[in-house]
Design a protein around this ligand. Sequence first.
Ligand code: ZN
Length: 172
Amino acid sequence: MSILEIVKEPDPILRKKSNDVKNVDESLQRLMDNMLETMYRAPGIGLAAPQVGILKRVIVIDLAKEDEPKKPLYIINPKILWKSEDLISREEGCLSIPGHFAEVARPSKCKVQYLDYNGKTQIINADDLLSTCIQHEVDHCDGILFIDYLSKLKKDMILKKLIKTKKEKQIL
Ligand code: ZN
């Protein structure tokens, strides 16, 4: 397995729409293994393929706590079939937006259809943190980031800081 480079905002690739996967084959499974490893290393609880520069609708999630056995969830071609009307507000972060966190309100529950690691169709009824996490990651597949839900003022402030960090890294 190998660790992939995580794309940081601002980067045009994070704003592109990803494509559905046609075949769940060994090379896709390898990508998911590497994404999971990259996410664990970061560390994070969710990662979408566009965040490693690959425009495929592929997501990995693991909400297990540090002292619990790992519980990876592989989600390919997610389709949100239903979202609850009631919203829940939660502090979100993103591996592509390091160091910044903000409250985002999203539907508290959702029902999602997807293909699993073996290409089998699955349906999940997600609530709580999993619901938030899936919606955040599906957004990545559509080129949407959590900062898009914030006020323009707050979003611009975060973007400015991200650009500054990128520039500093380039100089070093
Ligand atoms: Zn993210």
